[in-house]
Design a protein around this ligand. Structure first.
Ligand code: 5GP
Length: 176
């Protein structure tokens, strides 16, 4: 068990299981993008640790960029709209692969995909370490998924609870 701030978390996905799955995902991406030159877009902060380990196993020539998403309320019923901060690379005509830590409702990812497509990316695929299928509200095509998990709150390996816990080297789940 680990305590992060005021909550207790139990071990959920061990470091060894993460390592093995991430090696496989790197191989899949390397095979699919052989001879191509994708642009990886890492979504900060949560995906930093996953991206670092994943990309060590990707052996195609590629570029790597980092973005943050700023959300702001829109007056329309679409809810929160995310704005991309820090994408300096031209996306037009590029094969983009977004690296995300977790897809929950899918709202963040669907908005990011729309924005990248609006910038005329040649293709946009998603690689996410975790996916909560039960929580998903918007259908998105997730090309590479590390682990499908239940609809429970997790921390570690980049994911935070109130800004803390990102440095844990495995995934932990909120104890019931
Ligand atoms: P979505 O837009 O898919 O609902 O939310 C995605 C974002 O919500 C993730 O990038 C992450 O920041 C946050 N999130 C969703 N589920 C969890 C979770 O179980 N733990 C943590 N730490 N963040 C989560």
């Amino acid at each position: 068990m680990v305590t992060v701030k005021d909550k207790v978390f139990a071990p959920f996905i061990e470091r060894e299981a993460l390592n093995q799955r991430i090696v496989d995902m790197g191989r899949d991406i390397s095979r699919d993008y052989k001879g191509r030159n994708p642009l990886f877009v890492v979504v900060l902060n949560g995906a930093f640790m996953f991206a670092s380990d994943l990309l060590k196993g990707v052996d195609v020539l590629c570029e790597i960029s980092f973005i943050k998403l700023a959300s702001y309320e829109q007056t329309q019923s679409t809810g929160k709209v995310k704005q991309i901060l820090g994408l300096a690379e031209a996306v037009q005509g590029r094969e983009v692969i977004v690296i995300e830590d977790i897809v929950d409702t899918g709202l963040t990812m669907s908005q990011l995909i729309s924005q990248l497509k609006a910038q005329e990316a040649a293709s946009v695929e998603v690689v996410t370490l975790l996916h909560k299928p039960e929580a998903q509200k918007i259908a998105i095509d997730l090309r590479y998924v590390g682990f499908e998990i239940q609809n429970r709150f997790v921390v570690g390996y980049g994911l935070d609870y109130d800004g803390l816990g990102r440095n844990l080297d495995a995934i932990y789940v909120l104890a019931e």
